[in-house]
Design a protein around this ligand. Structure first.
Ligand code: FE2
Ligand code: FE2
Length: 340
């Protein structure tokens, strides 16, 4: 594996600064969940212009006509109204709440209503009832990659933990419950594991360093707040494998909030959920101004949202991320968009 060198790091800083950040062509309608989708555009000599949408963390409950159903349905409907249509949709995990068949069986038909293909990764709320069997039966592999118009897209399952259930004789429901806690110390620190690390190394082995790379995981690829599993324990290994690239953009679910970080050649941004906003953990942020205001607890739509990403690849992959919400949740500097 290659290591991040000071030379590479400085080189990326210059490239990121020099990258052209262009305004997005999509203007979300007021109060529309369409605007809560992530949209990426790329317009360079290397990368043909395109858009895609992102939704995540629906946390569907096995309860008839639950409010989270309506929010996800609205998100899907609004994406279907996008003009031009996105090339595809990414979903960032936690489709269900307790990985129950009724939750996943409710979520899949909603996602299937998307008029464009979608790719999906699991979250912990999809997984620990049956260790991913039900999720895999419905959605297939939990890690994947594909190339689209010059960009290499990667999705990985970042919520794998060591066995905490067998020695304690936990039932499947107890196992799921332990990992569904925000204070997730009982299930332990999660990550992608050695099998996916080997896969990732092979996956990117033949790619040239100037290939734009976009990676989605459920949890952040940096230590944000480990006691809530706002981390991926083998993120350093992932970043090292990807360190050969000029620029990597990472997005993640799980945190349900605006958050940003930059480490070496990787910029990282958290996604807003379609369910509820988490409070900010009490940590010193490297970029403390890139966060959202406290959501109004009396407004079930406040604090929910997504983002618009604008990519430009003439100097290596760069871009801006615009979070968009239904309310005045964002401070002005975040409304204006943040550099990726
Ligand atoms: Fe979540
Ligand atoms: Fe999660």
């Amino acid at each position: 594996m290659e290591k991040i060198s000071r030379r590479n790091f400085l080189g990326m800083s210059v490239k990121a600064t020099a990258a052209t950040f262009v305004a997005g062509t999509f203007a979300p309608a007021s109060n529309s969940f369409f605007g809560l989708a992530g949209i990426a555009e790329a317009a360079t000599k290397k990368i043909s212009p395109f858009t895609f949408a992102v939704i995540t963390d629906a946390h569907l409950h096995d309860i008839k006509d639950h409010k989270f159903d309506r929010i996800l349905e609205r998100a899907v409907d609004d994406i279907n109204k996008m003009n031009p249509a996105p090339d595809f949709v990414l979903y960032g995990g936690d489709l269900g709440q307790l990985a129950k068949p009724g939750e996943l069986d409710k979520g899949k038909p909603i996602l299937t209503r998307l008029k464009v293909p979608y790719r999906i990764i699991p979250g912990e709320h999809d997984w620990y009832l049956d260790l991913g069997k039900g999720w895999k039966d419905r959605f297939g592999t939990d890690h994947w990659s594909f190339d689209h118009k010059g960009v290499h897209f990667i999705g990985m399952n970042s919520i794998l933990v060591d066995d905490y259930w067998t020695g304690r004789s936990l039932t499947p429901d107890e196992r799921m419950g332990w990992c569904a806690e925000l204070e997730s110390h009982r299930c332990g620190a999660w990550g992608v594991g050695s099998e996916q690390l080997d896969w990732l190394e092979k996956d990117v082995a033949k790619l040239s360093p100037d290939t734009p790379v976009f990676i989605m995981t459920h949890s952040p690829l940096w230590d944000y707040y480990p006691r809530w599993n706002f981390q991926t324990r083998d993120a350093p290994e992932i970043r090292q494998i990807l360190s050969k690239f000029d620029k990597v953009i990472a997005i993640h679910g799980h945190v349900h909030q605006v958050v940003y970080n930059s480490m070496g050649n990787m910029t990282s941004a958290g996604l807003l959920s379609t369910s509820w906003p988490w409070p900010y953990p009490n940590v010193q942020m490297p970029y403390p101004s890139i966060r959202m205001n406290r959501a109004d607890p009396a407004d079930i739509y406040d604090g929910l949202g997504g983002h618009k990403v604008t990519l430009a690849g003439d100097m290596g992959l760069g871009g801006t991320l615009n979070y968009q919400v239904w309310s005045d949740l964002l401070p002005a500097n975040v409304q204006a968009g943040i550099k990726l």
